[in-house]
Design a protein around this ligand. Structure first.
Ligand code: SF4
Length: 696
């Protein structure tokens, strides 16, 4: 087992100064504000010297000495100390002090200070304490930055924050913020170096041991970075916790510590490894790299040109730049079916292969083709081509997917117009996308938008619709006859598609005789001819009528009815002067009260009721005025006159014998009544007059 001790093991500069100070100042009446570092052994050491830890400045007695640790504190702590006569030994790290100044100055300039860090971390609490105005602490790039849209922003980082995450936060804030965003990369170089080394250890080793307090923020970051490539990370708060069993299967192990862990903790872990395994060989990263370089200096993902050296049943051996021969397994050769003989004939030819793994080096020719295909797709996408992917997941900020080996991210606001709340519903669904940008950090990430496609399509649809409508309105005029398909019906009419434009045929315009339901006349899905009744271009409304193209009942009445005909009908309305009788839908005739019976009637209701079916004779027929005058009594026998009396010089017709005719009048009667008593198309007034005269 090889063990690589990181160069950056042990205390960082700021922690070293604070610890050495606490270990050297006179202990009497001296306090440390908060744990001096996140390391229980060091805390115990200082406490054993007689320097207790005060959680708050209020716990420190007046006149005492107070050590301020490397994390720093807010402005108010200094003010309190001054007020209470407490002597301050300020061990705030120079990097932290620099960040505090930025916070103070930027907030004094009216900016909202965003701190990338963890809100409960003492350094961040201290930074907030230097602001004069609004601050916002954010821990990840997925947070909601919409509150910053209208703000001038200054972005700083907790000195131990992850570089990669800080960059993402900065990008997302820049995207959201419509005003100025000033970015201060305040992550200290010690942190940057340590994170870089953690990354390199993870690349070189099979497992990484990370030692640091469990509440140490910078140790958290080291673990996060070391495990990013899928390597095993064994985190320890202290060397005492180390168990060799956990790492015994690995061939190369790296050891790194957080900034508040003394380097002897790393040495102790190494010692424990050596105790358990006599073959443990301590080395440095440089030595390992040099050693590997003797064999190969490849990087994962690197493309190399290699010559075919030999062909075997397992694949072909290739050699690049005279280095040792490497087997290209037959499954990774870019061919339909591997044929040893065919490749034996190609010995000496050069092929391009990709390094897919190290220790041992493995190659693939197929992946070269795949990569080139993906690059071609990527070039098309960069040129503005639409592409589609299936959404595979989501996070707080949007949807995730993959295009070949490239991760794809669709920010929530780029999914469609408007706010998208339920991102989970998109998982498994196809997304049609256009590129916004390609983020080129450690791995290319495609940032894309579906919204731009949907909005462009909507705009195109609306433009086409407007053009079609314009053409439609230009082509039609009131009175035109058009053909349309009934698309849907409602209680008040039918919507009819005429050349793709929805027109309304109101229910009152469907039939001359009135209908109860639209479907009594029109059937959904069928085509009919309609007449254009009204055009409202501004409101984009067209009214059409169906009945206007149908004959009216009165148009045909002249062919059906004539004076003297006996007709059958139903009483549909009774008025004081008579009754209206429906002969057919749309054609009513009037039986005047005087034409109901030979007897005097006070009111038609004494003889007729609504709904009653009667026979009547047509006395008058005027189709132009749509009038038919009917008589019931004309079908009844005329009662005989009993006697005639004279009153003065006026003859008075005595009461006729009561009783109705119970049979139709004879043709002779009919002829006489028509000529003598008939009305022949007279008006109601004339009928009344005639009737009065006849009574007289
Ligand atoms: S990690 Fe960096 S900022 Fe923090 S104390 Fe150490 S040197 Fe200073």
């Amino acid at each position: 087992m090889q063990v690589i001790l990181a160069k950056n093991c042990g205390f960082c500069r700021g922690v070293k100064y604070a610890v050495e100070t606490a270990l050297s100042v006179p202990a009497e009446n001296t306090f440390v504000l908060g744990e001096i570092i996140h390391n229980p052994d060091v805390i115990r050491c200082i406490s054993d010297r007689g320097i207790p830890t005060a959680e708050d400045v209020s716990e420190v007695p007046e006149g005492a000495t107070l050590i301020i640790r490397s994390h720093g504190v807010g402005r108010e702590v200094y003010a309190t100390c001054e007020r209470r006569g407490i002597r301050v030994i300020d061990c705030t790290c120079g990097f932290v002090r620099h960040t505090q100044k930025i916070v103070e100055e930027q907030s004094a300039a009216g900016k909202t200070v965003v701190i990338a860090g963890h809100s409960s971390h003492p350094e961040v609490v201290g930074l907030v304490g230097w602001a004069h105005g609004e601050t916002l602490v954010v821990a990840s790039e997925g947070e909601d930055f919409s509150a910053l849209r209208e703000k001038n922003v200054a972005l700083v980082a907790q000195t131990t924050f992850s570089e990669e995450r800080f960059s993402k936060i900065a990008e997302n804030i820049k995207k959201e913020c419509q005003k100025t965003v000033e970015i201060f990369r305040t992550i200290c170089y010690t942190t940057i170096g340590r994170q870089k080394e953690a990354r390199e250890l993870a690349e070189l080793c099979d497992a990484v041991v990370v030692i640091g307090g469990l509440n140490s923020s910078n140790t958290d970051k080291l673990c996060e970075i070391a495990s990013a490539g899928g390597k095993f990370v064994y985190r320890l708060a202290r060397a005492d916790d180390f168990e060799y069993e956990k790492i015994k299967i690995f061939k190369r192990v790296g050891i790194i510590t957080g900034a508040s862990t003394p380097d002897w903790q790393a040495q102790e872990v190494l010692f424990k490894m050596e105790e358990n395994n006599a073959e443990v060989q301590a080395t440095t990263m440089q030595d390992v790299v040099e050693e590997m370089g003797k064999e190969e200096r490849y990087k994962k993902g690197q493309l190399i040109k290699a010559k075919i050296v030999s062909a075997t049943d397992e694949g072909i051996f290739v050699s690049a730049s005279g280095k040792k021969e490497i087997l290209l397994k037959k499954e990774e050769i870019d061919c339909e079916e591997y044929n040893k003989e065919a490749y034996a004939a190609k010995i000496g030819e050069e092929i391009e292969v990709m390094v897919v793994s190290l220790n041992p080096v493995e190659l693939s020719e197929k992946k070269v083709r795949k990569m080139k295909e993906e690059e071609a797709v990527l070039a098309g996408i960069e040129a503005g081509e639409e592409f589609s992917v299936v959404c595979t997941g989501f996070n707080k900020g949007g949807l995730t997917a993959e295009l070949g080996s490239y991760p794809v991210f669709v920010p929530a606001k780029e999914i469609r117009s408007g706010y998208v709340k339920e991102l989970d519903k998109y998982v498994g669904k196809k997304l049609r996308l256009k590129l916004i940008e390609i983020r080129k950090e450690r791995r290319k990430e495609i940032i894309a938008s579906q919204r731009v496609i949907l909005e462009a399509e909507k705009a195109a649809r609306e433009a086409a619709k407007a053009e079609k409508e314009e053409a439609f309105f230009n082509a039609i005029g009131v009175g035109d006859v058009v053909e349309g398909k009934v698309e849907r019906v409602t209680s008040f009419g039918a919507f009819v598609s005429v050349n793709g434009f929805d027109c309304l045929a109101h229910i009152s315009d469907l039939s001359w005789t009135g209908v109860k339901a639209v479907t009594d006349v029109l059937e959904i899905g069928k085509r009919y001819e309609f007449k254009i009744l009204k055009i409202d271009r501004e409101a984009k409304k067209v009214s059409i009528g169906y009945k206007q193209l149908q004959p009216q009942p009165w148009d045909l009445a002249a062919e059906k009815y004539a004076v003297g005909d006996v007709v059958h009908g139903k009483v549909v309305r009774i008025v004081p002067f008579g009754a209206f009788v429906e002969l057919e839908k749309g054609i009513d005739g009037l039986v005047h009260v005087s034409q109901i019976s030979h007897e005097w009637l006070e009111n038609p209701t004494s003889v007729l009721t609504i709904g009653q079916e009667i026979d009547a004779k047509i006395l008058a027929f005027n189709p132009e005025e749509r009038k038919i005058n009917l008589s019931i009594k004309a079908l009844e026998p005329k009662p005989e006159t009993v006697e005639v009396k004279t009153e003065g010089d006026k003859p008075v017709r005595a009461k006729k014998a009561s009783g109705r005719r119970d049979s139709k009048p004879s043709e002779e009667d009919e002829y006489r009544e028509w000529n003598e008593g008939g009305l022949g198309g007279a008006s109601i007034a004339e009928m009344l007059k005639l009737d009065e005269n006849s009574d007289k």
